[in-house]
Design a binder for this molecule. Structure first.
Ligand code: UDP
Length: 238
């Protein structure tokens, strides 16, 4: 028996670093496949899935500009990095029989589709996983903000922020044994306590549109599916 999923349409935001495995840089195909498998298991529940993947495993605008590169140019490089990650995820999902579209905020018609909102919604209705690439298409933004933006545009019911730990803690759970996980926090608490969830513009965008953010561990096999089936541990930002 299939459980009835808690949400019908969600956006999964992961950082680029989630795809690099233990390598410290770039793409680690077995790790991409592992995450694709988690996505497939949720797709199998009938959930409509959007994805936004960062680019930090390849290039970050801020670190480029810190080394003397022009900031906007460096940011465009960061956005291009997210396209590579999106293509890697597309390839892994399609290998598993999940149909996908890579939809870029910067046109590159030979490689992927341009972003046209109504078209993307249609893909979701047809159960294609929409992988949104190139962030918002604008420098000075992040893929967290792109995630919040696309989740709103696509009328997702929640953003799932996949991390290495199973939620938001009062202090770093990797360093402190007595760190306590919050079951739920408010958007404003995230901002005032500067909790490391998503960046401030992403949280504000989610808050202003009442879009819950579910922070959960992507390292936990079956964790993503479990939450959609009503189980598991996570922190809900609302
Ligand atoms: N970026 C940008 N505009 C956007 C999204 C991303 O300029 O709307 C650039 C920015 O330089 C950023 C890089 O792309 O550093 C990679 O994205 P991000 O740092 O969000 O990736 P993550 O940390 O999630 O891997």
């Amino acid at each position: 028996d299939q459980p009835t999923p808690a949400y019908k349409r969600v956006l999964l935001k992961i950082s680029g670093e989630a795809l690099m495995g233990d390598q410290g840089y770039g793409l680690h195909p077995p790790t991409v496949q592992r995450i694709a498998n988690e996505v497939k298991s949720v797709h199998d529940l009938g959930v409509e899935i959007c994805m936004v993947i960062g680019g930090g495993n390849i290039f970050r605008g801020l670190s480029g500009s810190a080394q003397g590169m022009e900031r906007t140019t460096a940011d465009y490089m960061g956005m291009l990095a997210t396209v590579m990650n999106a293509l890697a995820m597309q390839s892994a999902l399609e290998e598993m029989g999940v149909f996908t579209r890579v939809i870029s905020a910067i046109r590159m018609d030979e490689v992927c589709e341009p972003y046209i909102r109504r078209r993307a919604v249609r893909h979701l209705e047809k159960k294609r996983v929409c992988i949104f690439a190139a962030g918002t298409g604008n420098p000075y933004f992040t893929t967290d903000t792109a995630g919040a933006l696309r989740a709103n545009e696509m009328a997702c019911e929640a953003i799932f922020k996949g991390t290495k730990v199973d939620g938001i803690y009062d202090k770093d759970p990797v360093k402190f044994d007595d760190a306590v996980r919050y079951d739920s926090v408010t958007y404003d608490e995230c901002l005032t306590k500067r909790l490391k969830v998503m960046d401030a513009s992403a949280i504000a965008l989610a808050r202003d549109n009442n879009l819950p953010i579910i922070v959960f561990s992507l390292d936990e096999p079956g964790g993503f599916r479990g939450i959609l089936a009503g189980e598991g541990t996570y922190t809900r930002v609302q």
